[in-house]
Design a protein around this ligand. Structure first.
Ligand code: SF4
Length: 482
């Protein structure tokens, strides 16, 4: 189907992605147990994991005598200037990047790692994921006198650890971990050791690396690459690794359940240069693009990506059909926290990330635009309009994952079910809404075929089949929200 040129075509239009129209990951973790001062290593590790959270960051380090913490709102490079890093010295430490729900300003008290004094000394915690039974656990603790400072479910874990009567931190942690359900990759540190843990389902990634005899933990392996650290292996679901001056100890602390790692890490969250869940993200994404091309080919002149998360899938799509792949949309990477969101009357959308079309590549051409997902559809609609305004004669929108129909309960910020366009629009209604010439989604079976062990993945946001008990039939999860 050919689409009429929209009124005003030819004028420059800058468009920025609506942050509510994305799935957002919540948090990046990084830890080092080593020698000398490890602060800079953690700083660079968090810098490499910035894509997992841009709202705030923190580092806690211990030097054998003192535990020091620095946390702030904003990007890693802004929070940890030279002065801040000079004051943080220690041979072991943990760090965290936070993503917070859009529309709510992050409060410093919710930025992790949390650091508390308890009867066992200093205790720090950083957490990626969302606990699905936290309401019940927290209500029971409040009933028995606990007072909470934040809205984070990580604080619930801290309380559970502190209330334990077990003699040492690993045993205390085990007692706490078996009481909670849901997604939890976390780091816990006292004055002697760092614990890294992944929940039994293995929802969120956590990898172990080595650097000059030191052990490193990171949400993604791109955090190792920046330091020249060697990737050793993933922390296994249900495994607790304990890093001390004696080396590393591993304990499987949870009963075995079917692995259900988040498939969306491959589709969108993780960096393409990372290995997560035993797979190279770039290879998986490229394969998704190839399969999408076979499933929904298009008569077109050029393939473009919605940058940056769709670049690999768009390349795979173009390769499969023998079409040229071009950088038809340019993303502005310099949209910082101080970016002023425009008002309703502005021609520029409220945004965190901006795009501009390359008219010379799009004008008069039939364009395939590949995106990783459609959430609410409002972004896709604006992107299609943007590409038409740049002179494209047709816009074939292709999506490298199936229609999103259900919210996530495992630490990903999603709109409520009613806001997900695919929950109540069929393919043609969605195509009409976004204004594309044609629309094609990847099938669930194609998605599964792109990874080595498809049975080990959660696909609940496409199927509604949640691998654990979840708190509500629809809507966002209640905690870790400000
Ligand atoms: S529901 Fe979707 S986003 Fe959430 S863990 Fe499962 S696959 Fe990932």
């Amino acid at each position: 189907m050919k689409r009429d040129r929209v009124p005003g075509a030819g004028r420059e239009l800058t468009f920025a992605r609506d942050p509510r129209d994305r799935f957002h990951d919540e948090c990046g973790l990084f830890a080092v147990y080593g020698r000398g001062n490890v602060t800079d290593l953690i700083y660079y590790g968090l810098y490499a994991l910035q894509h997992r959270g841009q709202e705030g960051s923190g580092i806690v380090v211990h030097d054998g005598a003192k535990t020091r913490v620095h946390r702030g709102i904003g990007l890693v490079s802004d929070i940890f200037g030279d002065d801040a890093r000079r004051q943080l010295t220690g041979y072991m430490g943990i760090g965290h990047n936070r993503y917070a729900t859009t529309g709510h300003a992050t409060k410093l008290r919710n930025v992790q790692p949390f650091l508390v004094d308890y009867k066992g000394g200093k205790l720090a915690i950083a957490h990626n994921g969302n606990l699905t039974n936290v309401r019940e656990v927290r209500a029971a603790m409040e009933e028995s006198g606990s007072i909470f400072q934040t809205t984070s479910d990580s604080e619930v874990l801290l309380h559970l650890i502190a209330r334990s009567h077990a003699p040492d931190l690993p045993e205390r942690f085990i007692e706490a971990a078996v009481q909670v359900e849901g997604a939890m990759s976390c780091l816990v540190m006292d004055e002697r050791r760092i614990i890294g843990y992944r929940d039994p389902n293995g929802f969120r990634p956590l990898s172990l690396g080595r650097l000059d005899g030191m052990y490193v933990l990171a949400s993604e392996t791109c955090g190792f690459d920046i330091l020249g650290a060697e990737f050793v292996r993933d922390v296994e679901p249900g495994e607790m690794v304990i890093l001390t001056d004696a080396g590393i100890e591993s304990r499987h602390i949870a009963h075995k359940v079917k692995r259900s790692s988040c498939m969306f890490e491959h589709v969108y969250f993780a960096r393409p240069d990372s290995f997560v869940f035993g797979e190279a993200v770039n290879r998986v994404r490229r394969d998704l693009g190839r399969r999408l091309a076979l499933r929904h080919p298009a008569q077109a002149d050029v393939v473009i990506a919605i940058p940056d998360s769709s670049n690999s899938a768009a390349q795979g799509f173009a390769e499969e059909l023998g079409l040229p792949y071009e950088l038809g949309l340019i993303r502005n990477h310099y949209v910082g926290r101080t970016f002023i969101r425009p008002g309703q009357e502005s021609r520029v959308s409220a945004v965190t990330v901006k795009f501009n079309p390359v008219r010379s590549l799009l004008e008069g051409r039939r364009v395939v635009a590949v995106d990783d997902s459609i959430v609410r559809g409002t972004t896709s609609r604006k992107l299609v309009e943007l590409i038409f305004r740049a002179g494209a004669t047709e816009v074939h929108f292709r999506v490298a994952s199936p229609p999103v129909t259900h919210p996530c309960h495992y630490g990903i910020d999603t709109p409520s079910r009613e806001e997900l366009i695919a929950s109540d629009h069929d393919l043609e209604a969605t195509r009409a809404f976004i204004g594309a010439t044609s629309l094609g989604y990847l099938d669930l079976e194609d998605l599964a075929a792109a990874v080595k062990e498809p049975d080990g993945y959660c696909t609940a946001c496409w199927t509604g089949r949640y691998p654990t008990r979840v708190p509500m039939a629809s809507g966002s999860t209640p905690f870790d929200r400000e």
